[in-house]
Design a protein around this ligand. Structure first.
Ligand code: CP
Length: 338
C-alpha cells in the first residue's frame, strides 16, 4: 500500500489508526511512553499539559482506557470531561459533526470510543483538534502501544526478532491492530484462527505493506501448532461480547474452543520464556456474569485463556494493563504539548 506514511512524513494531527503512522513515528511514541513511565516511577514527572482540557467520549463501556486517559491527563496537569451516551446529546439529539464543532471550541483534544471508525474520523475532521481513538470496531491503536511497551519490557530481543502469535477471533479491532502494528515493528507475527475468524483483506494488505518495509514475517494459519511454535509472545482476546445474543455465544465457543490459550498451547511454543498477553477483560473463570452464563450454555469455565495460564508465571497481563496509562500519556503529550 503506497499511501502508508514514509519515515519523513509529518506527524498526523490525530491518533486514529496505526496506518496513519510510519514505523519510526510509532517507535517514537513507544520510546516516549518508556521515558514518561520512568519519570513517573522515579518521581521526576513534569506536567506538560497544564491548562489543557480533554473530552472523553465513551459510547461503550471501558475500565482501562477510560482510567488511563483520566489518570494520564491528571498526572500531566490536564482536565478531562467524561461524556457517555446517556449523559450527552451525542447520537440521539446531536450529530457527530455538530458535536465535534462544539467540542472543538472548548477542548484541546477529544478521545472517542465507539463502534464506527468513520465517527472517529468525522470527529477529527469537524472538531479541528486532535482526536484519540480509544477503540472502534476496526482499530484499537492505544492498546497496541501498550502491548509494544510490554513486549519491550518482557522479551529481551529487538522487536524485529520477536515472534508474536495471536490466537482466536482476529476479525475486529484487536486482531486487526495487532497484525498491522506487529508488522510495523518488523516482528514475526502469526495470526492463528479458523478461516472465518482471520483478518480481512484490507488489514492484511496494510500489514504486508509495512512488512515489505520493515522485514516483518506474516503467517496467517488455522494450525495452532504451526502458529505458536517458537513464539516469544502468545496473546488472545475475548470471544464474546455483551451485546451479542446467547445463541451466538454457543456457536462462537464451539468454533473457537480449539484456540484457547492453555498450558498445552504455551508448551507448544517450546519456549520457556514465552509470555502470555491479553488486552483484558478476560473470561478465564466464573467470577463474571458473562462467564457464568457461558458456563451454563457450554460447560466451559474458561474461554479464550485457561485460568492457570492467566494467573501463571508467564502471564504479563497486569503489566500490560498498567502500560495503558504510560502509553496513553505519551499520546496525549505527543499530540497536545505542541
Ligand atoms: N483493553 C481495553 O481496551 O480495556 P477497556 O475495555 O477496559 O478499556
Amino acid at each position: 500500500m503506497s499511501s502508508l506514511p514514509l519515515s519523513s512524513a509529518p506527524w498526523p494531527r490525530s491518533f486514529l489508526k496505526e496506518c496513519d503512522f510510519s514505523p519510526e513515528q510509532w517507535l517514537t511514541l513507544i520510546d516516549l511512553a518508556a521515558q514518561l513511565k520512568a519519570e513517573h516511577k522515579n518521581g521526576t514527572e513534569v506536567q506538560r499539559l497544564a491548562g489543557k482540557a480533554i473530552a472523553l467520549i465513551f459510547e461503550k463501556t471501558s475500565t482501562r482506557t477510560r482510567c488511563a486517559f483520566e489518570v494520564a491527563a491528571f498526572q500531566q496537569g490536564a482536565h478531562t470531561t467524561y461524556l457517555d451516551p446517556s449523559g450527552s446529546q451525542l447520537g440521539h439529539k446531536e450529530s457527530i459533526a455538530d458535536t465535534a464543532r462544539v467540542l472543538g471550541r472548548m477542548f484541546d483534544g477529544i478521545e472517542f470510543r465507539g463502534t464506527a471508525q468513520t465517527d472517529a474520523e468525522a470527529l477529527a475532521e469537524f472538531s479541528g483538534v486532535p482526536v484519540f481513538n480509544g477503540l472502534t470496531d476496526q482499530w484499537h491503536p492505544t492498546q497496541m502501544l501498550a502491548d509494544a511497551l510490554t513486549i519491550r519490557e518482557h522479551v529481551k530481543k529487538p522487536f524485529t526478532d520477536v515472534a508474536h502469535a495471536y490466537l482466536g477471533d482476529a476479525r475486529f479491532n484487536t486482531g486487526r491492530s495487532l497484525l498491522v502494528s506487529s508488522a510495523m515493528l518488523g516482528m514475526d507475527v502469526r495470526i492463528v484462527a479458523p478461516p472465518k475468524f482471520q483478518p480481512d483483506p484490507q488489514a492484511r494488505t496494510i500489514a504486508q505493506a509495512y512488512a515489505d518495509r520493515t522485514g516483518a514475517r506474516i503467517t496467517i494459519t488455522d494450525d495452532v501448532e504451526t502458529g505458536v511454535r517458537g513464539a516469544d509472545v502468545v496473546s488472545t482476546d475475548i470471544w464474546v461480547s455483551m451485546g451479542e445474543p446467547k445463541e451466538a455465544w454457543t456457536q462462537r465457543v464451539a468454533e473457537l474452543r480449539d484456540y484457547q490459550v492453555n498450558a498445552h498451547t504455551m508448551a507448544l511454543t517450546n519456549n520457556p520464556d514465552a509470555v502470555f498477553m491479553h488486552c483484558l477483560p478476560s473470561f478465564h473463570d466464573l467470577e463474571t456474569s458473562i462467564g457464568r452464563k457461558v458456563f451454563e450454555l457450554t460447560g466451559l469455565s474458561a474461554l479464550e485463556v485457561s485460568d492457570d495460564v492467566f494467573n501463571g508465571p508467564q502471564s504479563v497481563v497486569f503489566d500490560q494493563a498498567e502500560n495503558r496509562l504510560h502509553t496513553i500519556k505519551a499520546v496525549l503529550v505527543a499530540f497536545l504539548q505542541r
